[in-house]
Design a protein around this ligand. Structure first.
Ligand code: SAH
Ligand code: DHB
Ligand code: MG
Length: 222
């Protein structure tokens, strides 16, 4: 029992609890047509991000890694009028697709899409005085997740959440001898969290349509 079952269960959950409307379906369709990799969060994961944004009453969200804007749409839909979501995407072609998907969802007034490698753009956000954020979703190049977390931590309000995707990677998180830079980065993120007095965190392993992986949730303390 493995992938086939996980996919079937994800389909059942998605159909009942995370159904697609026209804008979400169109976002996936246009992403596929444009040749983007199909690595967006699953529908139940998108729904979880949406619920977490509501739980923290998010008015201000930061996302690392937009792809075609699928997770962006799920999160932006939790924002109240006047809220904002800054999302950063390194690939200009992906960002074009995302911009159209976000606009089609009627969310362009809430979403501020920045194009470039996140580490290059963070100084601009700093200069602009962006934040404090209520929710941060780290889902870009996995080698830099610890740097994105370190930057976001002092810019997330107490009680806010920093969620990091893809931290388990088929269980390779447990491999202390891994030489894969992405795995080493996820291990380093966990070591940082263990020593971090400004946040409390846990990681949940997941299976589903996208295989075996997991996400970390960190809650920022006062
Ligand atoms: N959050 C999206 C999926 C993101 S996939 C969703 O769930 O719908 C990861 C994305 O990060 C890819 O689009 C990739 O181009 C982007 N990326 C890779 N390196 C990056 C970097 N240095 N800065 C910003 N984005 C980056
Ligand atoms: C993959 C999955 C992701 O959720 C992501 O953000 C990047 C890559 C993958 O399965 O390769
Ligand atoms: Mg991801």
């Amino acid at each position: 029992m493995a992938q086939e079952t996980w996919t079937a269960v994800d389909a059942f959950i998605s159909e009942l609890l995370a159904p697609h409307d026209e804008a979400l379906a169109a976002a996936l369709r246009s992403s596929e047509e444009a040749g983007l990799p199909s690595i967006q969060v699953s529908p139940p994961q998108g729904r979880l991000l949406h619920l977490l944004a509501k739980v923290v009453g998010a008015r201000s969200i930061l996302e690392f890694g937009t792809l075609g804007g699928y997770s962006t749409i799920w999160m932006a839909r939790a924002l109240p009028e006047g809220g904002d979501l800054i999302t950063i995407e390194a690939d200009p072609n992906y960002a074009d697709v995302a911009g159209r998907n976000v606009a089609r969802a009627g969310l362009e007034g809430l979403v501020d899409l920045r194009v470039g490698p996140a580490l290059d753009l963070l100084p601009d956000l700093e200069t602009e005085g962006a934040g404090p954020f209520d929710l941060v979703f780290i889902d870009a190049d996995k080698v830099h997740s610890p740097e994105y977390f370190a930057w976001s931590l002092p810019r997330t309000r107490p009680g806010g959440l920093i969620v990091s995707d893809n931290v388990v990677r088929d269980g390779r998180l447990a491999d202390a001898d891994s030489e894969d830079p992405a795995i080493r980065a996820q291990r380093r993120l966990h070591e940082m969290l263990a020593a971090e007095p400004r946040a409390e965190a846990t990681t949940i392993q997941t299976v589903g349509g996208k295989g075996y992986d997991g996400f970390n949730v960190a809650r920022v303390l006062a």
